[in-house]
Design a protein around this ligand. Structure first.
Ligand SMILES: [Zn+2]
Length: 617
């Protein structure tokens, strides 16, 4: 049974560093894509000639909650302009996508599934009374067409059938009609069952397939949680079993997986696509809401606080298609790309490096994360992720003052006109937990809030520690934050026009070329943390909100053949090349070029055979 329900942008107001992050997004590409990118500006969804499939719904899915969370009037009027045009083009039979009737059978209805989700998100933000009926007509028509055999699921619609359930759930709650359950069953029958794909996940392959496609898999993780109630099936925590296999064969230090863009194994120089970052976050938000199991919220934090900021430029005008955990350069490679199926520009920062899906889709990451700060069940309110935020639920207001995850403390200021149960999720890694100054176990804390004014103070510690990684490597983590050696770089911009799409400052392509050493190993187990807290740019390279000081030693790491700018999977030699150096590690999300997974010299005795043989492959 569903444990928690989401609040909406009507009830949540981000504060502190979270608000600044959303404002950076609004001032960057996320808030301006419709002005600069033809596929949004001139989309067939609004009567233009450009892409009329996934890009506008993807973009709106993040732009809408961003506009409403910030209460930005200009952005809200843009939302309305797009939604008005989309609703105005809905056909008498309910069909809503920009595709003529005689071409529907060949139109991949992934777009129907996606626009249904986006309209549901829009309704939750705006309460626009036109939406329930429009959605009813879209999905009733979809049901009729699928039932009659006029269309069927194929390609992306077959791979992503479960995305429809965000809208189906809302419709069933609103209308309680049986055809909604019929459509649920048809989608599942025609949709792909990823349990059949598991063997293919165990061996990275260079063959592009939907069943090993990282974005499909990231979306799929929530499928049972979002569909089992409507389908009348028991919940079996299938996501845990599947994620365990993904992690064992393709896991990353930030608790995601590699996919460039099919699953790519355990090498820290393989890529992870940005779409998969935001879709994993969305899956974990739903998995936590459905199960109430904090492991999903902790995984959500590790993706949100590490992988998401790492792959977006600080001004959020550019992004990478894929990020690497050990990213020593973002350089266009001349020969083949260091990825399975992505091109040589996929790890540059730019407007649409490699392909434009992430350009449209990345915007949902931060806003939907902000929408997961609080959740509720009956009259109980839960602080699901300790984020600076204000909740207004009827006569209850809860303001959270915190710099978490950069500092591990929060003050909850509650003003209530009623009594209610209140719960705060404490992460399992928390040490020395204190609630209002008194020691407490590292588990959820529960309060009976009385009407009036209440203040609650939470504090805990999260010491930095080494985590074991595959291939004999290690990484440093403190709480949800992963740490990296930052590599200084020269930024080489390139402005150009390709296929009618202009790349110009601030959304041109950037290569990042390293100018400080990266060939390090951990020399000592001592780690010292310092927490100055978040500045104007929360994930800033020049003013990182947390640092960890470590002792490192240079080694002959070596480059991956035949690249000049990709380090080897494991170092060529672990023999120190000089004395230990004190190096300041910064959060992974602050370091665009970084070394994260490195060997621990203090755990390994260099073998004799490695001495003096540093030129051997
Ligand atoms: Zn993408």
């Amino acid at each position: 049974m569903r444990q928690w329900r989401f609040y909406t942008a009507k009830e949540l107001r981000p504060q502190g560093w979270l608000r600044r992050q959303l404002e950076i997004q609004a001032a960057g590409l996320g808030g301006n894509l419709h002005k600069v990118w033809p596929d949004i500006r001139d989309s067939a969804w609004i009567g233009g000639k450009r892409e009329g499939w996934e890009r506008v719904p993807y973009w709106l899915d993040g732009f809408i909650p961003l506009a409403y969370l910030l209460q930005d009037e200009e952005m809200i009027s843009t939302v309305k302009k797009y939604v008005d045009a989309i609703l105005a083009a809905q056909q008498p039979d309910g069909w809503i996508c920009p595709c003529p009737e005689n071409k529907r059978a060949k139109y991949d209805t992934w777009a129907v599934q996606l626009i249904s989700k986006t309209l549901t998100v829009y309704y939750e933000c705006s309460g626009d009374a036109r939406v329930p009926e429009a959605l009813y007509r879209v999905l009733k028509n979809y049901c009729d067409l699928l039932k009659s055999g006029a269309i069927k699921l194929f390609r992306w619609g077959e791979s992503r059938w479960f995305e429809t359930f965000i809208a189906l759930d809302f419709l069933y709650e609103t209308y309680k009609e049986d055809w909604i359950k019929d459509l649920a069953r048809i989608l599942k029958q025609q949709g792909y069952d990823y349990r059949r794909a598991v063997d293919a996940w165990k061996k990275p392959s260079h063959v592009w397939r939907r069943k090993t496609h990282i974005v499909n898999i990231a979306m799929m993780l929530k499928s049972e949680a979002v569909s089992c109630e409507l389908l009348g099936e028991p919940y079996t925590d299938r996501a845990e079993a599947l994620r365990e296999i993904l992690d064992r064969y393709n896991g990353t230090a930030f608790d995601g997986f590699t996919g460039d863009e099919v699953l790519s194994g355990l090498d820290p120089t393989r890529g992870t696509e940005l779409c998969a970052v935001v879709e994993q976050m969305y899956s974990y938000e739903h998995l936590f809401a459905y199960t109430g199991d904090r492991k999903w919220a902790e995984r959500l934090e590790r993706i949100a606080f590490n992988a998401l900021p790492a792959t977006l430029s600080e001004d959020m005008w550019t992004h990478q298609y894929v990020q690497m955990v050990n990213q020593i350069a973002c350089r266009r490679t001349m020969l083949m790309a260091p990825f399975s199926t992505n091109g040589p520009e996929a790890h540059l920062f730019g407007l649409e490096p490699n392909f434009g899906c992430c350009t449209a889709n990345f915007s949902q990451g931060w806003p939907k994360f902000a929408l997961s700060a609080f959740m509720h069940r009956d009259d109980t309110i839960l602080s699901a992720v300790m984020l600076p935020c204000e909740l207004r639920d009827g006569g209850v207001s809860i303001r959270v003052e915190t710099d978490y995850p950069f500092r591990n403390a929060a003050r909850y200021i509650v003003d209530a006109d009623r009594a209610f149960p209140f719960e705060i999720r404490i992460p399992s890694f928390a040490e020395n937990v204190k609630v209002n100054g008194a020691p407490a176990p590292a588990e959820n804390v529960r309060f009976s809030i009385a009407p009036g004014h209440t203040e609650i103070e939470i504090a805990f510690e999260a010491s930095p520690a080494f985590i074991a990684r595959p291939n004999g490597l290690s990484a440093v983590r403190a709480g949800s934050l992963l740490f990296s050696v930052p590599i200084e770089y020269d930024k080489k911009p390139r402005e150009y026009v390709r296929f009618g799409v202009e790349r110009k400052y601030p959304y041109c392509d950037y290569q990042l070329l390293p100018k400080t050493p990266w060939n390090y190993a951990f020399a000592d187990s001592a780690l010292t943390v310092c927490r100055p807290g978040a500045g104007e740019t929360p994930f800033s390279r020049s003013a990182p909100p947390v640092t960890v000081t470590a002792q490192l030693q240079k080694i002959n790491w070596g480059l991956k053949f035949p690249y000049r700018s990709v380090c080897r999977k494991t170092p060529k030699s672990k023999t120190p090349l000089g004395p230990p150096e004190t190096v300041t590690l910064i959060p992974y999300g602050c370091a665009k070029l970084r070394m994260t997974e490195m060997p621990c010299l203090f755990m390994f005795k260099p073998r004799l055979s490695e001495m003096g043989n540093e030129n051997e492959e």
